[in-house]
Ligand binder design. Structure first.
Ligand code: ARG
Length: 452
């Protein structure tokens, strides 16, 4: 008899090149635990509806546990002639139980099975990533606390703009990663619909109970349309999109810190343990972790592209192309999880070079906008105030001095000079969400409570 689960219809064997070309066991073996959980729920349901006896289901559940332990211990021999993880596990079950094992696949197809496994896997991956992102947020909040009171230049166009509190800066990243966590939660909610029971594409004439399987596997509802099920990879796209956005956030942050760690900026003291040296230049301390974080975003965004191209031309229902979804999802997840795992200690251990930053705060007219606003507060129309301060800045550039160094007489109202200097400018902020010290303090307190 053929090794293949589908061998009945075939007279000859499969060309070995085809086996090597069509296999997925080399990468889908990482679904084994989810495949087993799905099969156990399926077997129990089959017994509930009388398609298996209670004893048979029990035997199957126990044997599947044993197979899981074997795989975990590295004792399962994987072979491309058994295509994928589903076939390996089913064959191992049949080897243990004979005819009882041959009943497991009743009312089920690999088409609904594989998407069930992948959803179960993605659900776990989301939970794992969520807790990593929580750690990262905590690291940023810790930095906000540690550096609270420190003022740094805020940039637009990478040109000095206005002063901001370092805590405000760190909390900005906390916000971005919160949105990423919210997106993961949304993605999880939408994917949590049970595919199993759609069978090959049309459902089954057997009296399966999908609601029972749903409850056993912790899905929120049952997929309504069997034809939709096996072609649906929306959840994979949403997940990898979310991963791409996380990678993009990490990449922007990494780029910023690469710049901040240059001799030219010198804002950061990166921990030695997170930098590497040069094989030829003895003095070098390179921010390779940050650079790779920036670089790896390309892989993740590439995986999203791969998935879009994969599904864009597929007719209903299952097509073998879909097997190619897994490499993209796995790689995107591994890459992002790896980036976050190393970002957490890097953020925790990196300190701002406070003296260097403070010694240069007078440069770049960080107080100019506040000066303009203090004129506005005294009734000067905004556009006029803008022009007045612009002229003063031009004057400073000629005299090579700060706004505060200009003679009182040059200001339309000499009292406005009280808003000059970075410390005064910072204190002047008031609006909700601004870098106003009281506002940042309040938000820091809220984040600490929220992430506790
Ligand atoms: N290894 C396959 C995949 O990942 C499982 C489904 C195979 N289904 C089929 N009809 N050949 O998509």
């Amino acid at each position: 008899m053929s090794q293949k689960t589908w061998g009945g219809r075939f007279s000859g064997g499969t060309d070995s090149r085809v086996e090597a070309f069509t296999e997925s066991i080399s990468f889908d073996r990482r679904l084994y635990r989810h495949d087993i959980i799905g099969s156990q729920a399926h077997a129990k349901m089959l017994a509930e509806v009388g398609l298996l006896t209670a004893g048979e289901a029990e035997q199957i559940v126990t044997a599947l546990d044993e197979i899981g332990t074997q795989i975990e211990a590295g004792e399962m021999e994987f072979t491309i002639s058994l295509e994928d993880i589903h076939t390996h596990i089913e064959k191992a079950l049949i080897a243990k139980l004979g005819d009882t094992g041959r009943k497991l696949h009743t009312g089920r197809s690999r088409n609904d099975q594989v998407v069930t496994d992948l959803k179960l896997w993605t659900r776990d991956a989301i939970d794992e990533l969520d807790s990593l992102l929580l750690d990262l947020q905590r690291a940023f909040v810790e930095s906000a606390e540690r550096e609270s009171g420190v003022v740094i230049p805020g940039y637009t166009h990478l040109q000095r703009a206005q002063p901001v509190l370092a805590a405000h800066y760190f909390l900005a990243y906390t916000e971005k990663f919160q949105r990423d966590r919210d997106r993961l939660r949304d993605c999880r909610a939408r994917l949590n619909v049970l595919p199993l029971g759609a069978a090959a594409l049309a459902g089954t004439s057997l009296p399966i109970d999908r609601e029972s399987v749903r409850a056993k596997l912790g899905f929120d509802s049952v997929a309504r349309n069997s034809l939709d099920v096996s072609s649906d990879r929306d959840f994979a796209l949403e997940f990898v999109f979310t991963l791409s956005l996380i990678a993009t956030h990490l990449s922007g942050w990494a780029e910023e810190w690469v710049i901040w760690s240059t001799t030219e900026f010198n804002f950061l003291d990166l921990p030695d343990a997170f930098c590497t040296g040069s094989s030829i230049m003895p003095h070098k301390k390179n921010p390779d972790v940050l650079e790779l974080t920036r670089g790896k975003s390309g892989r993740v965004i590439g995986a999203l592209q791969q998935l879009f191209v994969l599904v864009k031309g597929l007719p209903l229902a299952y097509n073998r192309d879909l097997q190619e979804d897994k490499t993209a999802i796995f790689d995107a997840f591994d890459t992002v999880a790896g980036c976050v795992a190393v970002a957490v200690p890097l953020v925790r251990q990196t300190k701002l070079r406070r003296e260097v930053i403070a010694s240069r705060l007078d440069a770049g007219f960080l107080d100019a906008t506040t000066l303009m606003e203090s004129l506005i507060s005294r009734g000067v129309p905004m556009r006029s105030a803008h022009e007045v301060v612009g002229n003063l800045v031009r004057e400073c550039e000629q005299r090579k001095c700060r706004l505060a160094d200009l003679p009182d007489a040059m200001f339309p109202a000499p009292e406005v000079k009280a808003s000059l200097g970075v410390a005064n400018a910072l204190r002047a902020f008031k609006s909700y969400g601004s870098t106003a010290p009281a506002e940042v303090e309040r938000q820091l307190r809220e984040w600490k409570l929220r992430l506790a």
